[in-house]
Design a protein around this ligand. Sequence first.
Ligand code: GLC
Length: 556
Amino acid sequence: MSQHSADPAPHSTVATVTGRRDWWRDAVIYQVYPRSFADGDGDGMGDLAGIRSRLPYLRDLGVDAVWLSPFYASPQADAGYDVADYRAVDPMFGTLLDADALIRDAHTLGLRIIVDLVPNHSSDQYDWFRRALAEGPGSPLRERYHFRAGRGENGELPPNDWESVFGGPAWTRVEDGEWYLHLFAPEQPDFNWEHPAVGDEFRSILRFWLDMGVDGFRIDVAHGLVKAAGLPDLGSHDQLKLLGNDVTPFFDQDGVHAIYRQWRTILDEYSGERVFVAEAWTPTVERTAHYVRPDELHQAFNFQYLTTEWDAGELRTVVDRTLEAMRPVGAPATWVLSNHDVTRHATRFANPPGLGTQIRTAGDRGLGLRRARAATLLMLALPGSAYVYQGEELGLPDVVDLPDEVRQDPAYFRGAGQDGFRDGCRVPIPWTREGTSYGFGTGGSWLPQPDSWAELSVEAQTGVPGSTLELYRAALAVRRAQADLGAGDAVEWLRAPEGVLAFRRGEFVCVANTGSGSVTVPMRGRVLLASGEIAESDGEAKLPADTTLWWTEATG
Ligand code: GLC
């Protein structure tokens, strides 16, 4: 597609969704993982046609926007986060025409579409990198990546001590003896953002998708683009522990912000309210807030929240800190419990605390589901925007016992990586009770689904009072219609027994019992929703362990 000009863009006929101003400030955004949502052509792999056919489901669920993980042309060394052509759809997912049709249909249904942008690295099959390799040392194209001579007498040692997030050195040596940097898999060489061609290319890619009518971008590894000058050694032997917990020479460098300020001016040229959301693993919410200053990005995932255990005290602290950190920059807080990189929260909460975000044991499933449901009602009662990962509305657990031979997570094959077990949250979701892949498609599923998933399918839960799917539908309906829950930036904490979180937002009250016994709390008003069985009598409500209750004091 041509470069942007002042003339109407070729796709300016794509209607954007009209609606409330600042729609994104309290939006519920649903993450679709295209490989695993719905398979339209029966090859066992999800695709754009499948997603398109299921858009009415998402509208009925009650979400505002859909974020799609990458569907671009890619050799799939990291499930599409290794992009070989940023302006093309991978044939396994469809064509650009399918993307166009998907965006249009979504808009017609009142849903916004956010696409994933992967600017930290390309695929090793990206044209620039292939040519850089072929042209050899001294090629100007090598300056668009981080090529270096090695250390040691014969250059046999990597240029510095950085490690890949997926395990092993962050450097790979090529045949002519030079090394290149990859913070992730060797098939994902890092761009050199000091080179002007890289910035030009990404500004053009932004315009390409904005012209296609997308409503925003989720920026992959937004904290990684800029590396400290000279690529200094980190000097630590436990790098994985530092990731997300410290500023390093390769993560959360202040230089990234100039890039986002430029990008923001591009986005603001376009009609409709389009948004950026940062995937930035930073040490603190205060550092995260830098990414969402008024002239930068709109939102950033709240990974501090995602990594908080099911514990009233810890949750209250992270909520307060988040709201305080966002207030000075005027950005909405965001809340997220699951995504395609972490063990699903139904399984995290089924296990003892302290195991991190890659868990390989099923734990107590009943407990995990109760807590997951309670955690969802808590999240959806907080001011700001919330992210829902496909399948969590079905209460899906992680699949912890995938056979090794079906695994595809690149980190799994690099041993020491932190993220080797991400396939467990990427198993295709069940739509129906029957069928080779429970309605995911007609041709099986690229990762095997457990037999128990028939009863977790959309079909099995639809219309069933108390099912997790109906709980999500009801919660989103209440959030939207009744209490305006996402608005504002304040919660008023109420006195509550040990292990219980209680807060008021106007006439709305949320009480979450994270403790192990039931509690009785005074209640004035009408129950809106509860994540489990509660008992109500004479101005009191009794909540079992791991249950969240919403009520309103409004009459009528
Ligand atoms: C992000 C993605 C993850 C991917 C990595 C490298 O963290 O969410 O799935 O592996 O970036 O692109």
